[in-house]
Design a protein around this ligand. Sequence first.
Ligand SMILES: [Zn+2]
Length: 602
Amino acid sequence: MTTTTTTDVAPRWELDSLFRGGSTSSDYAQFVDQLVADIDAADQQSKTLPQDLTTDNADEWAQWILSVQDAAERLDLAYLYALSLISQDVADVKATSHTQRASEIHSRYKALESSLESFAMRQSDEAWETLMAIDGITNIRFYLDELRRNARLKMDEPREKLALELSVNGYHAWHLLYEKLAGDLRVSVEEDGETKEISLGQNSARLSSSDRNVRRDAFEKMEGAWETVADLAAMTLNSQGGFRLSLYKNRGWDSALQEPLMRSRMTQATLDAMWNAISKSGPELKRYVRAKCDRLGIDKFCWYDQEAPIGATERKYPFEEAGDFIAEHLGSFSPEMGEFTRTAIEGKWIEAEDRPGKRAGGWCSWVPIRKQARIFMTYSNTYDALSTLAHELGHAYHGFVLKDEPAFNSAYPMTLAETASIFNEMRVNDAALRAAEGEEKLALLDLKLQATLTFFCNIRARFLFDSSFYAERKTGNIERAQLSELMKQAQQQAFFGMLDDDQGLHPLFWASKLHFFITEVPFYNYPYTFGYLFAKGVYARAMEEGPSFASNYRNLLADTGKMTTEEVAQRHLGVDLTKPDFWETAVKACLSDVDEFVALVK
Ligand SMILES: [Zn+2]
């Protein structure tokens, strides 16, 4: 990479190879109409098929299951195209209605899925085996077995259906209410001698200011804003938790972790082994935090110092150079990964231009049927943008290695979803670090350690809070003061006492963090830490073994949708995730940067 000040504009993607004609595409309209017709037909068919599986009707059922799978794949494409249109132009009204239509079709599809569940749970093991032996079904039996097993852990069908219906207004609605509450909050800040009203999202950008007074002000304003609605947030959190616990009780589940662990396809033993490794070696991070605070003149480490920048990252990375850089360093590990990066760039799969009217943030999706990927981001010529590009290209590669798998084998759990993306980030980050010196090196190293601090401490505080929240909630409503008390304890423990007891904690974090209120995914926290450490473990192995590991890596990714998390690790890394070894090695690899950081600061 060279230092240039080019004004290169990052490229736009092309969508015509998905469907011609943008949001008025008649090809797309036709595709969607056909999908709806087929889903309705499958729904009708599920009612007329014989309800008891026998050798005589197993083939009919197999065909029906394959038609459901086919609908799932087409639905993905329909949704992805609508998402692409709305992301590139938020004012595209037609695109908005396409996304709404796609979610409507999604609920129709969900009905097919519950028919499949209720059919599966009723069949005897013997009859089920007959079905599983049929061509096209054998290959997707992991998905079907899991669906049947999970359905049997729930209540009977009528009660589950009732719970599902009640959850729309009695459960998920609390999440919507929370989003409204958070979205309406404003804080006033002084900028250039003017007082401005800004949203909490805008305010949060101030938390990474290099000026500590700005960070402190951002933090205090945020706490102040949440203080005004903390009673309502507490009601919301209690209601959501109460709903969940009632449902679990009626299903006969006694642990609040059962649902999240099922979704993660992993056991509690693995989760415990991961956190144990972090609590054992995590205190090493104190040396990093101390050195950084000394350098920045911070006496007491506070919540709002977590994202304090250090060093300098003034170097610009135009898109084209970033693409070359990523392709080169991925390619030297795996030629296929290098070529894939080229294909994604040259095939115009990436929407990167910085222009008004685009959605914020970024995403990546593999496009089924078309066997391409699409990446959406706003490329800003910074190191951060380069790193995001590498990250999203990792997701795209993950989709690519799954391209020939049936849809039911392609849905990997959140715990494994970040393996390829973080792998890419690490590869690119190491290469950038090798080329950097002085203040730039310090900045890059700090970004790495900031991530480690987040995954080891910040995310763990959320997990500890969630754990104690559910334990307490079982006995009744938890008052807001008590919620804050639980949060303070979680932060002190998770940060190994690094945060200043008086001013350093964030008691209202339980209210300010959206993740606690997401109803679709309970315990929306540990999968992040898991994903990071798992990717670190895979990456460390790849660097140790070199390019000869590339095919193992590819096979590992290809199995993420059809095995438990432990099985993926056992088969492709030969490690037992329920034991401490893998985790301790990964944790140490993350902490290996501390010495260099401390030396560089001095
Ligand atoms: Zn990601």
